[in-house]
Write a protein that binds this ligand. Structure first.
Ligand code: ZN
Ligand code: ZN
Length: 137
């Protein structure tokens, strides 16, 4: 059984889950670029059931995502690290920021989302599933 752990940069907030991750997706949406301070975020989908988070200073910020529905983004108020999100369009799942995992090496992305807003100097692996926005349901 996998045991996934992660934390913020300062270590005040820690999370873990025994649940199996569903998939890893790179998101090039402009909100992920802003929030991560980078060109994209690498998101690991895990079930909310079995997910535990602890530590002082866990904060969240909600805004409407590309779908127009709320995305609640959790982060550490001390060091500012992005940790995970709760996305209205993905009920029952949390979206972990791969860079906050203690070992992200196993979480190779399978899909690229919001390629329409990707930075032109980011090399996207077009052999993977690529969506201009989010996959339609
Ligand atoms: Zn922190
Ligand atoms: Zn995004």
């Amino acid at each position: 059984m996998n045991n996934i752990n992660g934390s913020c940069l300062c270590g005040n907030v820690q999370y873990s889950t025994f649940a199996e991750p569903l998939m890893t997706a790179v998101c090039h949406c402009s909100d992920c670029q802003k929030q991560s301070g980078s060109a994209f975020s690498v998101n690991v989908l895990v079930p909310t059931e079995g997910f535990e988070v602890s530590g002082p200073g866990l904060c969240s910020y909600a805004s409407n995502g590309g779908s127009g529905l709320p995305v609640q983004r959790f982060f550490c108020s001390t060091c500012g690290s992005a940790l995970y999100s709760a996305v209205t369009t993905l009920p029952g799942l949390f979206v972990l920021k791969a860079g906050s995992l203690s070992d992200p090496s196993a979480f190779k992305p399978a899909v690229h989302l919001w390629c329409a807003s990707a930075q032109p100097w980011v090399a996207i692996d077009r052999s993977l599933a690529c969506y201009e926005q989010a996959p339609s349901e």
